[in-house]
Write a protein that binds this ligand. Structure first.
Ligand SMILES: [Zn+2]
Length: 346
């Protein structure tokens, strides 16, 4: 008798856990389906889907005590941040009409315009931006608008996509949405899968409106910012071969070791990669004071000349050394000039 009781309890547990598993599977496939079908008119849906993952990632959801209340405002903040980085920093267009971008994008643009008044034109990432009180106030206003857009245009549409099952619950006017505990934990468990799907769909949409290189990498903002902080020191041995006296690319004066910087001539925010053909020695402050964000043709010619001279010295390594090979290839394809022209169109 006791044995039978044990068995039936055990069966109960199995049933419960497999029902939970099925629920989670259905939820994830519905979420992936919604990401796949995100509207190409703007990228609000992809931005929101990513913000849900990011907001949940920072939260301890604890044991199941019914639906979780998730505030809309922190999601709106994230959305503004993504758009700052993608549009203000990387210059990516987010909708089919470049002259009439979606409302949130226009607002972020206004914010960046304000931000750069009296500051260098070189773009900064949201994380590194320091807002004055007036700009902070504006930022708050834009976050409120983003909240309203999420509440009125994004979340309700998403609600209809749940294969008949309503996963995300939102009552008009509330400043939070409700997410079943099992759905939240499914998002946390499948974070990588969801984020990858968002990245994929987002860059797929942006491909329609942008020609700038490495879209996918630019969409992965967090990863690219990490990439950017990677030291350029590994290029020193190449630069030293052509420029052993460490003369500044911009002012031509020698640079002391403390002031020696390896800099990108064409902005990193356009190329989104470190390439030997774009890297030079400069004084710490020479780049921003002389060139602002885009080099003049004078420096483009100087860079082309430097590359030819560097290749002369690396000629015998082009087949065995990746960096030397890339330098040769950049000269064959005229990458300095091509990218410079493109950068200006951006
Ligand atoms: Zn200098």
């Amino acid at each position: 008798m006791q044995k039978q009781e044990f068995l039936s309890r055990w069966l109960e547990i199995i049933k419960k856990s497999s029902a939970l598993m099925i629920y989670k599977q259905n939820f994830i496939s519905s979420m992936l389906g919604a990401i796949r079908n995100c509207s190409p008119r703007h990228t609000y849906d992809t931005a929101w889907a990513r913000s849900v993952v990011d907001v949940l990632d920072g939260e301890n959801i604890g044991p199941d005590r019914g639906d979780l209340e998730i505030k809309i405002k922190p999601m709106a903040e994230k959305v503004i941040k993504y758009y700052w980085d993608q549009t203000a920093y990387f210059g990516l267009v987010q909708g089919p009409n470049p002259l009439k971008q979606p409302e949130l994008i226009r607002r972020v643009r206004d914010l960046t315009k304000d931000y750069h008044k009296g500051r260098p034109a070189e773009p900064v990432t949201f994380e590194k931006a320091s807002f004055n009180p007036f700009q902070k106030e504006k930022l708050e206003e834009h976050i409120d608008t983003a909240s309203e857009i999420l509440k009125n245009e994004v979340i309700p549409i998403y609600l209809h996509r749940g294969n008949g099952e309503q996963y995300v619950k939102y009552r008009k006017g509330e400043d939070y949405m409700l997410l079943p505990h099992a759905a939240a934990s499914a998002i946390k468990e499948n974070k990588i899968l969801i984020v990858e799907a968002v990245y994929y769909r987002w860059s797929q949409i942006l491909e329609n409106y942008n020609t700038s290189p490495r879209l996918n990498r630019k969409v992965r903002i967090i990863d690219t910012v990490e990439l950017r902080d990677r030291p350029l020191i590994s290029y020193k041995k190449y630069l030293d071969i052509e420029n052993p006296d460490h003369l500044c690319f911009y002012c031509g004066q020698p640079i002391t070791n403390e002031d020696l910087f390896i800099n990108h001539v064409l902005p990193w925010s356009y190329l989104c990669s470190d390439d030997i053909w774009n890297l030079v020695y400069t004084h710490k402050n020479c780049r921003s004071t002389i060139t602002g964000s885009l080099p003049s043709e004078f420096f483009v010619v100087r860079l082309e000349k430097r590359n030819r001279s560097l290749l002369e010295k690396l000629k015998s390594y082009v087949e065995t050394d990746m960096v030397a090979g890339a330098l040769q290839d950049s000269i064959n394809r005229g990458l300095v000039r091509k990218n410079w022209v493109h950068c200006q169109e951006k």
